[in-house]
Design a protein around this ligand. Sequence first.
Ligand code: ADP
Length: 398
Amino acid sequence: MIVLVINSGSSSLKFQLRNMESHSIMAQGNVEKIGLPMGIFTLKAGDAKTQRELQVPNHEVAVELVLQELLANAAVGLASLEEIDAIGHRIVQGGDAFNCSVLITDEVYEKIRDYGAMAPLHNPAHLKGVDACKVLMPGKPQVAVFDTAFHQTMAPEAYTYGLPKHYAQAHRIRRYGAHGTSHKYVANRVASLMGKPIESLKLITCHLGNGSSITAVKHGQVVDTSMGFTPHEGMIMGTRCGDIDATAVLYLMQKEQIDAADMDRILNKESGLLGVSAYSSDLRDIEAAIAEGNSDAKLARDIFIHRAKKYIGSYMAEMNGVDAIVFTAGIGENSKDARADICANMEFFGIAIDAEKNNVRGEERAIHVDGSRVQVWVVPTNEELSIAEDVVRVVAQL
Ligand code: ADP
């Protein structure tokens, strides 16, 4: 079965074409700057990479371009569009309507549109990708894979905020979480690497990238996650503030006469590592600045480490222990220093990592000391594979 995975954003569209029988990536790439005067198209197939600039006025043109190029590039090995069996779309917000991936019917489409109010930058863009595929590959099954679905097992006490009930209900304000596809993938993957059924394990999965979230997975089910109503809550991130006293936000708005749209921008785009360091949102830059004695950069990184420890500690309390902690995404997979600092001084909990084993980047590896009560792993995430596997499952049930 050949699956096209699409992650359609407001001005970009990432894609991957996977052959599920041979477990191979036939091609991958992206279209950037959709709707701007000049777009960029990139495609990798095998060892060959092509990139060119051209005008891409909208998502339909972007999908058309992707399909044309997939056919035209001999390295992809696609003879006709008929060979593509199904399409999987990453959807950021599925609210409380979806706890698993589903075929995109008219009803599902409307729900995704409806939840767009809560993810205005994402859901409408995803639907543009769905629309374009419908026009260009009519009749092909399209599957929605939600970032929120894996987190739907949380209990009310984990997902409910202390707001008046009528407001929370009227506006569907609750914790939904995000990065669910990644947390689900690494949780299942680490269970199989440990040789144990996920139903027997308590796991804490740390997706630490430009966006970061930490999730407690007990016996295969999410019991808590750090992102909330939106992907703003929780960890300090590249440009997102994360946890903050809500009244501090109101206070700042009053003092500086900031309106809601500007405050949203400040919290999501100008805060986090970037805001605290006044230097960069990228941890590599932050680490380089620390080496040169930049104390603001050091504080930004210290907050990141502190908050990760705080979430890991609270999730151990919620689950009455943990069998394994998993690190994934840009920082989790690549920064041995971040992993070492997060896991430092946690011997009390039976967590100790081995400096030599921890000297790894982007590879699946156990990094705990021999005999450690809690295992610690690096597991590179693979959201596209996870999406494609869900597509296979959903299509098999049709
Ligand atoms: P996104 O959330 O945009 O998908 P990524 O998962 O790609 O982000 O993570 C980007 C983050 O990973 C950046 O902060 C980057 O500095 C960090 N990162 C990547 N490689 C390294 C490294 N070798 N050491 C430290 N941080 C790294």
